[in-house]
Ligand binder design. Structure first.
Ligand code: BDR
Ligand code: CA
Length: 313
């Protein structure tokens, strides 16, 4: 039976790449997609989400939920990598926003409709999930698993020396989710940084003549430019795609139990993930964290999944 999945996204180039694959993946049923502010404002993220789904025209339409800003606003955005519109300035036709259901309500309804069956994959700040938990305090126990793109264990942050972008944007929400009693797996930068998508991989994407091939090139090429200019890298990280793969192909990752929390107020350390690694830890384990990835297999599965999706057009 196909795994029921909710995707929480802030599209965002690597978020958009995941949508291209996930909405056609025969291994899963995407029952809902929710937008969050992060790489761009929640309004732009919602518009992008809607436009991507309209453009891709997947065989099954998920419910869509729209997010709003964290209570104390977004401290930063990701336009330095994702471009002014969050999608590298792509030529995607804009789509009208239809009924705008609140993201947290859509998450609650979707989980309640299939208790214990739903996997939530968060590829953005945790604002929506924390709000869903506030709205329905029993929800954490009704979720099969939450797989979170975020945090860093033994490598530096990517938005500050201490913090990973998704954690930094809404650390209070992240802490609420970390402390909730749901089963969760964190996919930190330690693992997502291990894969660099190169220009060689770009050539292996579905053909430019397909809708997906065209769209992927239009969003990824500007990302390559941004990574070269900003980081001096000849390739890009696809954090969200790696996280998706960890949720759908967990056999390609190795995880360990940890006790983790998020710094919410530090002057230099806001959004830093902190783990109790003392000889005798005093915090209780509350999540799994991935620390090893089968790199070649994950790239292979990514390319295969995108080709499969393009073949469904
Ligand atoms: C995360 O930050 C965003 O810019 C990406 O989409 C990803 O979710 C990586 O730190
Ligand atoms: Ca993202």
């Amino acid at each position: 039976m196909a795994k029921k999945v909710i995707l929480d996204v802030d599209p965002g180039i690597d978020d958009a790449m995941v949508l291209c694959l996930a909405l056609f993946d025969p291994a899963i049923e995407v029952i809902a997609v929710t937008s969050t502010g992060g790489n761009v404002t929640p309004q732009v993220a919602s518009r992008n989400l809607h436009a991507i789904i309209e453009y891709l025209d997947p065989p099954r339409l998920p419910r869509i939920g729209f997010g709003t800003e964290p209570d104390d606003g977004l401290p930063v955005d990701g336009r330095y990598v994702h471009g002014i519109d969050g999608l590298g300035g792509t030529d995607l036709p804009s789509a009208a926003l239809l009924t705008q259901h609140p993201a947290e309500k859509v998450i609650c309804d979707a989980v309640r409709s299939a208790p214990d069956e739903v996997t939530i994959i968060t590829l953005a700040p945790l604002t929506n999930l924390a709000r869903a938990f506030q709205r329905d305090p029993e929800l954490p126990q009704l979720i099969n698993q939450v797989v979170i793109m975020g945090g860093n264990l033994d490598v530096s942050g990517n938005i500050t020396p201490a913090a990973e972008f998704n954690m930094y944007c809404d650390p209070i929400a992240a802490r609420q989710v970390f402390q909730s009693p749901c089963t969760k797996t964190l996919i930190p930068l330690d693992v997502t940084n291990r894969i660099t998508l190169t220009l060689g991989h770009l050539d292996q994407l579905p053909a430019e003549s397909t809708k997906i091939g065209h769209f992927l090139r239009s969003i990824l090429k500007p990302a390559f430019r941004a990574y070269r200019q900003r980081f001096g890298l000849e390739g890009i990280h696809i954090h969200d795609m790696i996280t998706y793969m960890a949720a759908i192909h967990p056999e390609l990752f190795t995880t360990k139990e940890v006790a983790g929390n998020v710094e919410t107020i530090g002057e230099l350390t806001r959004g830093m993930t902190v783990f109790d690694r003392r000889r005798v830890p005093e915090w209780q384990s509350n999540m799994e964290v991935a620390y090893f990835i089968e790199k070649e297999e994950v790239i292979q599965k990514t390319l295969e999944g995108l080709h499969y999706a393009a073949g469904c057009e």
